[in-house]
Design a protein around this ligand. Structure first.
Ligand SMILES: [Zn+2]
Ligand SMILES: [Zn+2]
Length: 167
């Protein structure tokens, strides 16, 4: 069940929360560890990245675009502002999946690396948690675009389910 209380408005009709309601405040996300530096990269090792400071959030995304970009039934992201991120090796390819929203990948091995776009005055880079060297460091904190979830995928966590998302 979604959490109750003033921060959340539960939509009884859909059973889902509209995105933008009850969002955690940036920088206060309990599961986003403060890290001096997180690192990750693609399967072949050509592309490497690092990010520093506190992550802005983490979550699952069930949208169709994420599923196609990853080939997986659900994607999981950890979010940073672009200023926190440094690409330390290789050059990522980017596909504009919707206007101003990009999905980056390695053009050699095909690893899906990021969602990138502008939101709320900030340039964001969301890394697929699976590409981190230590994916255990960032457990997803919420579900977005839950309305698009694949029917046979069953998840028993009690994280908040948002019906949509920012993309
Ligand atoms: Zn690669
Ligand atoms: Zn998505």
């Amino acid at each position: 069940m979604p959490p109750s209380g003033p921060r959340f408005q539960y939509n009884a009709a859909s059973g889902l929360l509209p995105k933008g309601v009850g969002q955690p405040v940036r920088g206060s996300i309990e599961t986003a560890k403060e890290a001096d530096m997180i690192t990750g990269g693609c399967l072949c090792g050509a592309i490497r990245y690092e990010a520093s400071g506190v992550a802005l959030g983490s979550g699952y995304c069930h949208c169709r675009s994420c599923r196609h970009h990853t080939g997986a039934p659900v994607a999981a992201f950890v979010v940073f502002s672009a200023e926190q991120v440094r690409w330390t090796s290789g050059k990522r390819a980017r596909f504009e999946s919707s206007p101003g929203k990009f999905r980056a990948f390695c053009s050699t091995c095909g690893t899906s690396l990021t969602w990138e776009g502008h939101h709320d005055g900030t340039d964001l880079i969301e890394f697929h948690i699976s590409t981190l060297d230590d994916p255990d460091a960032f457990p997803p904190n919420e579900h977005t675009h839950y309305r698009e979830k694949i029917a046979w995928l069953h998840l028993s966590d009690e994280l908040t389910r948002y019906e949509s998302g920012m993309y």
